[in-house]
Design a protein around this ligand. Structure first.
Ligand code: GLN
Length: 498
């Protein structure tokens, strides 16, 4: 396969908004453009395509341009860091001080956080340009971004389709050129699934690698923030920035992280990828099957070996997840009562009535479904039957992966069972929607890092993603394998026509 050149198509000079952070950092360093020019290029692009995509809940062009001017000053003073001056979109569940953070919900429609999430502070310290908050499923509950109070985001490859969820806005923004990179969160697949449906690269880091301080909680034992980008070089830069210990998050793990960019050029010959039988037996979509087997050949060409293995408890992943996540959600969402912040019903008689009306008005149907499921499963007498059992399955899934990693360096499988589906197709059938995450959920259950990279296209021209899963804190291995794959292929260089 011929090696693609820098993402530039023949005779086509890329606009600034089309470039990667790695390319733009070089442009900034050599003073070929300023951060203000880059930011203006992205804001113009947003003006042109946001009407079709709806990637953002809140856009802050003025503060973005202020940050870009500040970045240009830093660059001029010789204080630039690797991502200084690069425009980024953040999912609407990360607190940005003084800027509306709604979590895709009416109940937080007017919420102005009094503090920055740790990841937001890190972006600011780096001198990145925060464009605004990207659309998402309400409280990150969903796989399509259709449960957002603000209406759905559209897939840039075909605007009749969902972009995947719940970080659909962050991913669509990167795919459509409405941001250079983005941050999302992933509780059961919310970074990887949309990355797969929109043809971009996204990683869910190991649980505990990135601080959750200031991330609005959905299911605290599963939630993890991660980067989204057009290629794995940008992903490595963002991992360098956001991985690290944070005393403000008690689940953040104190440890050192490598320089992820050092793994972009390491050879992969001699590494072994595991093929989980239980995943492959579920493959029904011929496009996904073809893309997976072609990708396997690419890896084999690089000297990677494949070994079949079994992860017998994966089949229970979705069932156990839909106990654990709603249980944690029902507890986390109890704080939205209309008292201190967020939506409050206007008409009520007494305190209890105020709570009831506020929550009835403020939450959408999917959030209500999860709250009810979780409250039921945690109620006295049912705890052992449901929650405890689900927790045991979680341990079994973790041990399955542990055994698998005795035989391979990483597990290789699809990210989703099919390409993106139509807006409206599954929204009234929760079970079908939940099944979309069959390949991603077990990774969160085990707390492992998982990456989604563009693997190819369906016959109809829609992106299809691969997934690689590594042992805890081996994100670098995923960067290494994905970078080797992206050097051999050009799927990640294709852009949707909007
Ligand atoms: N689709 C899954 C859910 O609805 C996962 C969402 C996520 O990762 N936030 O819970």
């Amino acid at each position: 396969m011929e090696k693609p050149q820098n993402g530039l198509k023949d005779g086509h000079v890329s606009e600034l908004y089309e470039m990667t952070a790695t390319e733009l950092a070089e442009i900034l360093r050599t003073k070929k453009a300023s951060s203000v020019q880059i930011t203006e290029s992205v804001l113009n692009r947003i003006d042109h395509v946001e009407g079709k995509v709806h990637a953002y809940v809140t856009l802050n062009p003025e503060s973005a341009l202020d940050m870009a001017r500040e970045a240009d000053r830093k660059i001029a003073a010789g204080d630039a860091r690797p991502l200084t001056g690069i425009p980024i979109a953040v999912k609407d569940n990360m607190c940005v001080k003084g800027q509306r953070t709604t979590c895709g919900s009416k109940i937080l429609a007017n919420f102005l956080p009094p503090y920055d999430a740790t990841v937001i502070r890190l972006l600011r310290d780096e001198g990145m340009v925060i464009l605004g908050s990207a659309n998402m499923d309400e409280f990150a509950m969903g796989s399509s971004t259709e449960t957002s109070y603000w209406g759905p985001t559209h897939n840039p490859w075909n605007t009749d389709l969902i972009p995947g969820g719940s970080s659909g806005g962050s991913v669509a923004a990167v795919a459509a050129g409405e941001a250079i990179v983005a941050l999302g969160s992933d509780t059961g697949g919310s970074i990887r699934l949309p990355a797969c449906f929109c043809g971009v690269t996204g990683i869910k880091p190991t649980y505990g690698a990135v601080s959750r301080y200031g991330l609005v909680a959905y299911a605290s034992s599963l939630d993890q923030i991660g980067p989204i980008s057009r290629d794995v070089s940008d992903l490595a830069l963002l991992l360098n920035l956001i991985c690290g210990h944070d005393p403000s998050d008690s689940t953040s793990v104190p440890r050192e992280y490598p320089d992820f960019t050092a793994f972009l050029t390491k050879p992969v010959g001699g590494m072994t990828l595991g093929l989980p039988r239980e995943f492959f037996s579920k493959l029904e979509n011929p496009d996904v099957e073809r893309v997976i087997s072609e990708a396997r050949k690419v890896f084999e060409g690089l000297g990677v070996k494949f070994v079949e293995l079994s992860l017998p408890h994966l089949d229970y992943g979705i069932a156990a997840y839909y106990i654990i996540a709603p249980c944690e959600a029902s507890s986390n969402l109890a704080r939205y009562d209309g008292v201190k912040y967020g939506h409050r019903a206007e008409n009520f008689t007494g305190m209890i009535d105020m709570y009831c009306r506020t929550r009835a008005e403020g939450f959408g149907p999917e959030a209500k479904r999860r709250i009810m499921l979780g409250t039921y499963a945690l109620s006295s007498g049912y705890y052992d039957a449901y929650y405890l059992k689900a927790a045991k399955i979680r341990t079994l899934i973790t041990s399955d992966f542990k055994r698998a990693f005795e035989k391979c360096d990483a597990v290789f499988c699809p990210t989703a069972p099919s390409p993106a589906f139509k807006i409206g197709e599954k929204i009234d059938d929760p079970i079908q929607m939940y099944l979309t995450d069959v390949f991603t959920i077990p990774v969160n259950m085990a707390g492992l890092p998982g990456i989604a990279i563009p693997g190819g296209f369906s016959m109809g021209g829609l992106p299809i993603g691969l997934q690689l899963i590594a042992p805890h804190f081996e994100e670098a291995r995923l960067v290494q394998l994905s970078a080797a794959f992206q050097k051999e292929t050009d799927h990640h260089l294709k852009r949707p026509q909007l």
